[in-house]
Design a protein around this ligand. Sequence first.
Ligand code: ATP
Length: 219
Amino acid sequence: MRKQFAIIGMGRFGSAVAKTLSQLGFEVLAIDQDEETVQEVSAYVTHAVQADSTDEEAMRALGIRNFDVVVVAIGEDIQASILTTLILKEMGIATTIVKAVNDLHGKVLKKIGADKIVYPERDMGQRVAHHMISSNIIDYIELSADYSIVEMKVSKEMIGKSLRELDVRAKYGCNVIALKHNDQMIIPPSAEAPIKQEDILVIVGKNSSLQNFEVTFAE
Ligand code: ATP
């Protein structure tokens, strides 16, 4: 059976998550305490209900326990976000994904058992900054506090050289784990094949090493 998702809080982040999952064909239960917001999202999700997620009884009545993944996308009201997460974990929800607005909020969520904590504003800020360093940077994904994956377009001085010649691992301390060529993923990438202008490199490494690499090949 396909996974069932519930999203609590239909702000910009929560509604984007709900909309995307619906478009991908998943069943989504959208919950918000505001009736008007519920009306708006009901157009694009399977079920939209008005409820206060800090009300344990209301959550039980909605059968929230039957959902595989519950996303808590409440930002401004940190107390409601924490209480909701606590209630969900006590009910035994396997996976809770919770939006945090700052580090302290994130720390509390971690302590009470949130399974994944996301920081949409911070993450998007990082991506935009990396894109500003080099227009070659397509995407930037943080794996942990120290390691990330960067997807980047080939810069002029790489064209025609092989990965062996570029010697990324020895010179920059990061690894090219994949090469995208015409939408095709080449894993592992060839060490000998000359890099083409339209190729895209997927590189993993320490943040400091990746930054060094990005700045060196910035265009
Ligand atoms: P975003 O940045 O994603 O737009 P935000 O971080 O500003 O959102 P809020 O606007 O505080 O977050 O909350 C998002 C939504 O969550 C709102 O539509 C609000 O009505 C809803 N919400 C807040 N508290 C509760 C609650 N206790 N139960 C259900 N929904 C709630």
